[in-house]
Design a protein around this ligand. Sequence first.
Ligand SMILES: [Cu+2]
Length: 196
Amino acid sequence: MAGIDKAAIVFSIAIALVGVGIAVVGDSVDNSPVAKTTAPKVTAQPSETKTQTDPFGDLAAKVKAEAPKAAEEVKMKDTVKVEVKEEKPMVKESAGPTTHTVDIPVGTSVPGCEASNACYLPADIEINVGDTVEWINIDTAAHTVTGGSPSDGPSGVFDSSLVMADASYAFTFNDAGSYDYFCMVHPWMVGSVTVN
Ligand SMILES: [Cu+2]
């Protein structure tokens, strides 16, 4: 009887272990299919948005909606970079011939400015060959910028004729030299441009 009981106990234990084993395997088998079926659902979300639940559908929609925006941002960055590259050569070009500004100050239509050599500001300017000088008349009266001197008269190199109030006159100096100029309306107004 003892041997039979032991055999029965061992047999029952074996059955129990098998049962546990089946249960364990069953659980693992039950879990793995769920995990496997869940994983494909996630990867299949984008193409099956309509058949899936709303949360995933929203995520897929957001991803689809944000993807074009990101692409546009990249394109925008590219265009900005291109624009910056285009601006750099322009700066280099401006480093060549430049434009210098000379003001025709307020009140120069009456004598007085010549005492401080301020009938043109600056009255004496030094530039490089190819540079341009632009005289801006900020006075209320009309003036001229005429090459030459009050004593010798116009040189004929450049002459603005009358520059009205708030108007301007520009001349590009392509030859080196010293150029005196004056105002034919107000002979006390004199200035010079030195071109190197
Ligand atoms: Cu003048």
